[in-house]
Design a protein around this ligand. Structure first.
Ligand code: HEC
Ligand code: HEC
Length: 350
């Protein structure tokens, strides 16, 4: 009996040690985020922890705004806003392609090639400035641009107004939305912007993990999450629940586009672009402002080597990631990418 007790007593610390060793990434990241390892973010940078998809800005208010949102949705899908009558906002921001067009660069009026890649409109309510170069301050202001842009929808605003005002069904839709049938650019873009604020991502597997489903991520994805926050340094710019710092950086993918310089006219900002949200990123390629990156492993290798010409960015340094670590990082990007939402395009008024 005594012998047994001694053995038990000796076994106790061993069990304790074993239990302690089992503390793996899954356990660590199953804790509330306040208990996660500190990310490798440079001194002095402000950052927010990764987190579950936040509710959209209109969540809870959608019922009282439903007629304006409905009008905005119709306008978003209506090619009559374009000069040719063939191109709608949804031509370049297609719901079934996670609100992008799958092309490197957007193709607009009469096949005109634009300079940039069509970004997703999901979660854009979150950006402090819109467009890759930040030249627009909010969604309503942004909505004017493509309608009158020669390479996109190539319309004249007065023409668009005439077309909408002539349409009895549109007059009724505006009346239902705003109380009277006055149709003006402000109301039109306001409705489009309101609709866009309802467009948010589907929950990803990473969200499910954060909400307590410990099995939602596999081991490679968990290692990828840890790398993303630490050795791979992605958190220096892609942080918070939307995985963007809402800032502009030069990452070496600039080509000859001056980017943010167009807004600030400061030499230091030349070649900077908005840090895009990485939600659903595996669904929105080809990537970067110019759509010139069709290959995600090549993007990760570029960040890993940090030797592209023109990087000039203290936040981007060689990372020394192994092949396995790059595969893990890629696995994590998959885990934050949700498939397109089931979306039913509206019936357009006659
Ligand atoms: C011909 C294709 C095309 C059409 C049509 C089009 N867009 Fe875009 N959209 C783009 C491209 C390309 C960009 C990025 C341009 C840039 O950053 O310079 C963009 C950017 C945006 C952004 C900013 C996203 C961000 O992350 O900053 C929003 C919002 C948007 N478009 C909404 C709309 C709306 C609303 C319409 C219709 C009124 C529309 N788009 C029509 C191609 C298009
Ligand atoms: C210094 C800030 C910074 C860091 C660090 C950073 N990124 Fe980015 N990332 C950006 C910016 C800015 C862009 C847009 C660049 C462009 O379009 O030319 C971008 C673009 C991307 C894109 C393309 C997204 C799209 O929609 O086209 C991916 C993917 C990406 N980053 C992943 C990562 C990963 C993974 C890491 C870590 C290895 C990382 N980034 C580190 C700032 C950063």
């Amino acid at each position: 009996m005594r012998k047994l007790l001694v053995i038990l007593f000796l076994l106790l610390p061993v069990c304790f040690l074993l239990a302690f060793q089992k503390e793996n990434l899954r356990d660590i990241y199953s804790r509330p985020a306040t208990g996660w390892p500190k990310p490798w973010v440079d001194e002095g940078l402000s950052w927010t922890e990764l987190g579950p998809l936040p509710p959209g800005p209109l969540s809870g208010k959608e019922d009282s705004l439903k007629d304006i949102i409905h009008l905005g949705k119709i306008l978003f899908f209506d090619p009559r806003l374009s000069a040719s009558g063939k191109i709608s906002c949804a031509s370049c921001h297609q719901p079934q392609l996670n609100w992008t067009d799958g092309k490197a660069k957007a193709v607009g009026h009469e096949g005109a090639m634009t300079k940039r890649n069509s970004p997703s409109i999901a979660n854009t309510w979150f950006y402090r400035r819109l467009f890759w170069d930040g030249r627009s301050r909010d969604l309503q202001d942004q909505a004017f641009a493509p309608i009158i842009s020669e390479s996109e929808m190539a319309s004249d605003m007065p023409d668009v107004m005439i077309r909408l005002r002539r349409n009895q069904n549109y007059r009724e839709l505006f009346k239902k939305a705003y109380g009277n049938d006055q149709i003006d650019p402000d109301r039109m873009t306001g409705a489009i912007a309101l609709f866009e604020k309802t467009v948010i991502s589907r929950k990803s597997r990473f969200d499910q993990f954060l909400e307590g489903d410990r099995k939602a991520l596999n081991n490679a994805e968990l290692r990828g999450l840890h790398l993303f926050r630490t050795k791979a340094r992605c958190m220096n710019c892609h942080h918070g629940p939307l995985l963007t710092d809402n800032q502009f950086h030069r990452t070496g993918f600039s080509g000859d586009d001056v980017g943010y310089y167009k807004l600030t006219h400061l030499d230091a900002d030349s070649g900077k672009f908005k840090t895009p949200s990485l939600r659903d990123v595996m669904q929105t390629g080809p990537w970067m402002h110019d759509g010139m990156q069709p290959d995600m492993p090549a993007i990760l290798e570029a960040f890993n080597r940090a030797d592209q010409p023109g990087i000039r960015n203290n936040l981007i340094k060689p990372l020394g990631l192994t092949k396995k670590e790059k595969a893990d990082l890629l696995a994590f990007l998959r885990a934050i990418s949700a498939p397109a939402v089931d979306f039913f395009p509206p019936v357009l008024p006659e």
